[in-house]
Design a protein around this ligand. Structure first.
Ligand code: AKB
Length: 344
């Protein structure tokens, strides 16, 4: 019998989370990692995975991949982020919803075929929340998973709906069929704004944090597009990858939910600037709020309650704000731009 090779499959692999995940997953996993993205991977990651350049919307491509590979676990990271999605809601819906639905169907079919659930990891976001006004944002500082599920953005609506689709596919798929199929195992984390030392975000609305820092390290002035007082939660990229991998590794019986808040530290834009200035005292950071992007950030929670993740699968970030800046962000970002400035 023709056997297919077992793989972990990562979509959106060339994005910020994807690049960081590849390094960690390759260090842990013995078998092959298959990755997919519209873009090529940076050369240093190429050796760690089998990369396919293509779209998650290309069903023929996906069908071809399942003839060759048995996907044991899927990390479905491909998405258009919140700001970009507002400019092209239709494209966002196609990528964020139709793309996820296509992959969920593929995983459902594969679970039946294997007679074993495919683990489906889905990064969701603080954008799945939508607080109606600043007063409410102040009153509900630590938002729990089931509160304020009234997103204001296309991206937030897409994420919230896909969380529900994932739970449908893993609990109720084909519920009227005579025989219960083997269903996929859907797990999701709601991330705060993520900050990487190695990549710069694009198309998000929490991007002002990382943009401030990367601009300062390059000696470039930066005009922050939100007000000084606005507060949202953040997380350093290594913790985001750890959250995905730890949740993936948790015994299913210990999980009382399928979608978990995770967070690390919460900062106002002014406090973020203070941290940047501590390490880059020459940084020129001003505030020029963009009313429309500001109102998106105003609708996101100031902080998250991640006690369910802590209780069920031992979630605990490695990087609080001090350690994130001192040990991860500043040294790596400084090195990155120093190296870039060296003549070849
Ligand atoms: C965005 O700003 O769209 C993302 C997110 C908060 O999910 N970084």
């Amino acid at each position: 019998m023709l056997m297919r090779e077992k793989v972990a499959f990562i979509t959106g692999a060339a994005g910020e989370v994807g690049q960081a995940l590849i390094k960690q997953l390759a260090a842990r996993r013995k078998g092959r990692i298959l990755s997919l993205d519209l873009r090529p991977l940076p050369p240093e990651l190429d050796a760690l995975v089998t990369h396919v350049q293509g779209s998650i919307l290309d069903k023929t491509l996906l069908e071809r991949l399942v003839t060759e590979y048995e996907m044991e676990e899927i990390y479905h990271l491909a998405a258009l982020l919140s700001t970009r999605a507002e400019f092209s809601p239709n494209a966002a819906h196609r990528v964020n919803v139709t793309g996820t639905m296509t992959l969920l169907e593929l995983a459902a079919e594969q679970s039946e075929w294997r007679k074993e659930p495919v683990r489906f990891m889905f990064p969701s976001s603080i954008a799945a929340f939508g607080l109606p006004d600043l007063r409410t944002k102040l009153d509900y500082a630590h938002v729990r998973e089931w509160e304020w599920n009234t997103p204001r953005t296309m991206y937030g609506c897409n994420k919230l709906y896909c969380e529900m689709l994932g739970q449908y596919f893993s609990n109720h798929y084909r519920q009227l069929a005579a025989e219960q199929p083997v269903m996929l195992d859907f797990r999701s984390v709601r991330f705060p704004g993520l900050i990487s030392a190695f990549t710069v975000p694009s198309g998000g609305t929490s991007d002002y944090g990382p943009e401030m820092l990367h601009a300062a390290a390059q000696g470039k002035p930066y005009a922050c597009f939100v007000r000084e007082d606005v507060r949202i939660p953040f997380m350093a990229m290594p913790d985001a990858v750890k959250a995905l991998l730890d949740l993936a590794a948790a015994p299913r019986e210990s999980l009382r939910r399928q979608v978990y808040n995770v967070t690390s530290f919460s900062l106002s834009a002014a406090e973020f600037r203070e941290y940047v200035l501590r390490y880059f005292p020459e940084a020129q950071i001003t505030f020029q709020p963009d009313v429309r992007r500001q109102s998106i950030v105003d609708s996101w929670p100031a902080d998250l309650d991640d006690s369910a993740a802590r209780r069920d699968w031992g979630w605990k970030p490695d990087y609080d704000v001090e350690r994130a800046f001192a040990d991860y962000l500043v040294p790596n970002i400084s090195k990155r731009y120093q190296n870039a400035a060296q003549p070849a």
